[in-house]
Ligand binder design. Structure first.
Ligand SMILES: [Zn+2]
Length: 168
């Protein structure tokens, strides 16, 4: 599965790529050299808004895959751009904090730690298998689902426009 390593300017994009189904690493203050090394070690696609990074030997040679992302674009535009450039679909929702997979949690288990408001209004609870964060299908979740749908529609529309056929 494609995974990503985002540069220090693209933390918001990393969170959304996780919500769109992809593992995305991000680290505050990481320098370009480390970024290239770590992306290379993970076999991740490096996402960066930093032009000089693309002149580094391992990136310029294609040994480390990298994609230039326009820094000032809204984060969802960036996400649509990345998925369509790489021909990827929207996948299963992952934990936005760490990219871990979400698993269903029983109401009994959720009752021990969910806030009363969530217990009163939601029936579906999920836990991140990696960082253990508890999620529930409340208004925040619903907004994320709507955004995921919007991104999927935009990616599909772009694919249609650029065409899937070979040279005509
Ligand atoms: Zn997590």
């Amino acid at each position: 599965m494609t995974r990503f390593y985002c540069d220090a300017m693209l933390g918001g994009l990393a969170r959304w790529l996780r919500a769109l189904g992809y593992e995305a690493e991000f680290e505050h203050g990481i320098d370009d050299g480390d970024l290239v090394e770590r992306a290379g070690a993970l076999g991740a696609v490096l996402l960066s808004s930093d032009q000089p990074l693309f002149k580094r030997k391992r990136v310029a040679s294609g040994e480390v895959r990298a994609l230039f992302v326009p820094r000032h674009a809204p984060v969802l535009d960036q996400a649509v751009f990345v998925l369509s450039e790489l021909g990827l679909e929207v996948g299963e929702l992952r934990c936005m904090d760490c990219g871990g997979a979400l698993t269903t949690v029983s109401r009994d288990e959720a009752e021990r730690e969910a806030p009363p408001g969530a217990l009163a209004s939601c029936d579906d609870f999920f836990r991140c298998a990696r960082c253990r964060r508890l999620y529930w299908r409340g208004t925040h979740w619903t907004k994320i689902e709507a955004t995921r749908g919007e991104v999927a529609t935009r990616v599909a529309a772009l694919r249609e426009r650029t065409g899937s056929g070979g040279p005509s």
